[in-house]
Structures are given as C-alpha cells and as structure tokens.
Design a protein around this ligand. Structure first.
Ligand code: GUN
Ligand code: ZN
Length: 441
C-alpha cells in the first residue's frame, strides 16, 4: 500500500498520559471522538478528530470507532526463557527458581529451541499490546541473539541482555567473568542500537553474581555508551538474607550494586518489595527506576510493594509482568493487580485509571530513557499504539455500551480487557500484530 502523502488519520476514542499523575493533576488526556495523525511512522497530531480533520484535509482516514486507541505498553521486567513455566504456582522465589525456572532456562543451550521460544515470546508481547520491553535474555549468548533477531523481525522495540551468573543456582547456567565479558561485548557489538534494539547489562541478581562478575558489568557500562542495566533487588526475604551473607561488607542489598556503579540512570531494578527508606533515597538520587511486578509479587508470595514510599522518595516506578514468575504478558492485568494490591496494602495508594495507564506506558518509557520516543502521543514520537476493541457480547462490550465517562471507560478496560480485546498493534506506524478478528474484516 502506498502511504497517503498527508498521512493517516485514525479516528477512535483515545487515551494517553503525557504527564506523570503522581506529580501533576490532569495527567490523563482523553478524546471521546479522538484522532491520531501519523506521518512517516511518527505522531503528527493527537486530539479531537474534528479539529485534526479540518487542519489536515489531505490525510487518509481510518475509522476505528467501536474501539479505543492507547499508547503501546512498555513492559520493564520480563524473562524470555520463562515463557513455558508460566503458571507454576505454590512456590517461593528460591524454590521456584530451583524447581521450575532454572531447569527450563538450561534448555536455552539449544539454539533451535531458543529460536522457537523467542518467536513465541515476541508474538505474545505484541498480541498483548506490548510494543517496548526490557527483557532478561538467556544465560547463553546464541539464545540471547535469537531473542534480538526475533524482536527485530517482529518489529518490536526490545531492550535485552545476556543473563550473567557465576555461582549458586544451576552450574549449567554459569559463565566465568572472562567469558561473560567476551560474549556480552560481542552481543553489544551486534545488537546495541541496531534498528530499535538496545542492550542492557543483566547480572541475574547479587545472589548469583560474584564481585568479579559485577565488575565485568561495570566495565561493559563504562566501555559502551547508552547501555541500560537491569537486575533484581530486595524481592524476597530469604533471598535478601542470602545476599547479606554473601556480601558481609554491604550495608544493604542496594549497596552491593552501588559498589560497582550499577545503580544509576538507565538502571531498572526489579521488585524492590522490601526496600529500606535509606535505599529508596539512594535510588532516587542515583536515578535508577524500579520495575513493579504485582502479579509476580503475589504469585511468589514475595510481599506487598511499598508504592507510596517509592513515590514519596521520588523513585521512578513502572510495571513489569515478570513472566514466568508473574502470571502472563498482559500489562492491563498488571495494572489491575497493582490497583488491587494497593487497595489492600496497609499503606496502599488509591490508584485511578490514569495512574494505571501511566504506569503501563510513559512510566516505562521514562525508566528506559525512551520517553522522547514512545510512551504517549506527544508530537514527533514514534507511532506506537494498541487498538483495543472488545469482542461483541463480551462483558467489556456490555459495560462500554452504557459507560460514558472517560475515566470509567479506562477503568473498565483495565478491569476487563485482555489479549482477546487487542485488535491491532503498531510500532513506528507499522503493524506488528493484527488479531484474527481484524484480519476477517
Ligand atoms: N531473581 C533472580 N532470578 C529471578 C527470576 O527469574 N525471577 C524472579 N521473579 N526473581 C528472580
Ligand atoms: Zn525477574
């Protein structure tokens, strides 16, 4: 199809959060009869359909009424090799790693298996409306390369890295620090800033990374510009007790990463359920973000996330699904779970639909340093969006038939929409997913 010279004007109710609702009022912007103008893969306008139509009479119109346009979701914590262990309920973190996740991750030594899983993994991301993801790759370089290749082929924005460990866990998954340095350097050479891909240095967690391995991470970050960093922090009390034993010189868990310069802007720490106030202050000062994974925190029994303390300390938070400790790929579900757990946490925050949308979109882009590129429909950003259209006769369709207020419509979407409601997903204006129902039209 030859693109219209005036671009494409999509017409549908539209929601986005161009501001941070934890810091500013009226962060949620919505247009009941909305328009999104796309030119050359970029957002050229967002607002009321009628005004955009008048200002851009040459744009080709795409009538999407009956559905809703949201910015593409940003998942800030997910493990690619764990797709096939989703649903392993009943264990706490260290037992779940030993009995469920790690044996599956060892299978990533087979590059053919890794390619198959990688294709399914990126398909699942797109099918749930996720356009950008910060991903734990595999412990094996070829499998991690397969993830980057699959992400690129699918047209998604993938930030990922080879997972590094050199002690405890499963010996099959270990690298030496020297080998880690060589393999990561080569992956960075191949994939960092190739197309939409970025590389993230990824020690699994302090529990399984020696000081020499953390030093390798520091060296890689020093040697290459624009790398991201990801790891786990303060997730589970038993894990934290082991980390304290392994690093007796560290005042707390965060101090281990700080010693090697790893808590910094562009770093995303997953979980941080059991943070001290002192750690939160240091995270905020250093500019690292936290990936809040409420489904995983509940499924593994890790604990209730202290969101209010993070926000009050000024720590950036976004959402992560944490597949496979979590319960699936859906960031709408993750937002709902964040809402639910804050509702019952002793010092929980009452979140509204605007908070949930922000956490699932722009907050993630900010955590990854990509807010100039994605996360909302600001002018010039990449046209990354999800078009939701609930199936006819679904409970969501019934609710939306009577619901008029934008906030309540968005709340109903977070409550009831899953992958079955995702019709089309685009990154940079290009289609990366169309549902069977969309294909039938
Ligand atoms: N800590 C270290 N590895 C993992 C993992 O795979 N999942 C979770 N939830 N926590 C971890
Ligand atoms: Zn994780």
């Amino acid at each position: 199809m030859i693109p219209a010279p005036g671009g494409e004007l999509l017409r549908a109710p539209l929601f986005h959060t161009p501001r941070n609702p934890f810091r500013e009022d009226k962060a949620l912007e919505s247009y009941t009869d909305g328009g999104l103008l796309i030119r050359a893969g970029r957002v050229a306008g967002c607002g009321d359909y009628a005004s955009l139509r008048e200002a851009h009479p040459d744009a080709a119109e795409v009538d999407l009424r009956g559905g809703f346009i949201l910015p593409g979701f940003v998942d800030t914590h997910i493990h690619f090799p764990q797709l096939r262990v989703l649903g392993g309920l009943g264990l706490s973190l260290l037992d779940w790693l030993e009995h469920s996740a790690l044996p599956e991750e060892a299978r990533m030594a087979d590059p053919l298996h890794a390619c198959r899983v990688a294709r399914g993994f990126v398909r699942a991301l797109a099918a749930h409306g996720t356009t950008t993801a910060l991903v734990f790759g595999a412990h094996f370089a070829p499998a991690t390369a397969a993830l980057f290749e699959a992400g690129e082929a699918a047209g998604l924005r993938i930030v990922a890295g080879q997972v590094l460990s050199d002690r405890l866990l499963l010996p099959d998954l270990h690298q030496t620090p020297d080998r880690a340095y060589r393999e990561c350097s080569s992956l960075i050479q191949s994939f960092h800033r190739r197309g939409q891909s970025l590389y993230a240095v990824t020690p699994r967690f302090a529990f399984s990374a020696s000081e020499a391995m953390l030093e390798v991470c520091q060296t890689l970050l020093r040697e290459h510009e624009g790398l991201l960093f990801q790891t786990h922090l303060n997730e589970d009390l038993q894990e934290m007790a082991e980390v304290a034993r392994l690093f007796p010189w560290a005042a707390d868990y965060l101090a281990v990463y700080e010693r090697f310069g790893l808590s910094r802007s562009g770093a995303v720490m997953a979980h941080n359920v059991h943070a001290t106030d002192f750690e939160l202050d240091r995270l905020a000062a250093g500019g690292a973000a936290v990936a809040h994974c409420p489904c995983s925190n509940a499924a593994l029994g890790s604990g209730l996330f202290p969101l209010r303390r993070h926000i009050n300390a000024g720590v950036r938070c976004a959402l992560g699904t944490d597949v496979g400790g979590g319960t699936g790929f859906g960031l709408l579900k993750e937002g709902l779970q964040a809402y639910m757990l804050q509702r019952i946490a002793p010092d929980g925050m009452l979140l509204d639909a605007g908070h949930l949308l922000y956490l699932a979109t722009l907050a993630g882009a900010e955590a990854l340093g990509l807010s100039g590129e994605t996360g909302d429909f600001g002018p010039g950003k990449s046209a990354d969006f999800v078009y939701l259209r609930p199936p006819e006769d679904s409970p969501l369709a019934a609710v939306l038939e009577r619901e008029q207020s934008p906030e309540r419509i968005l709340a109903a979407i977070f409550t009831l929409a899953g992958a079955e409601s995702v019709r089309e997903v685009r990154v940079g204006g290009a289609v990366v997913y169309r549902s069977a129902a969309a294909e039938e039209q």
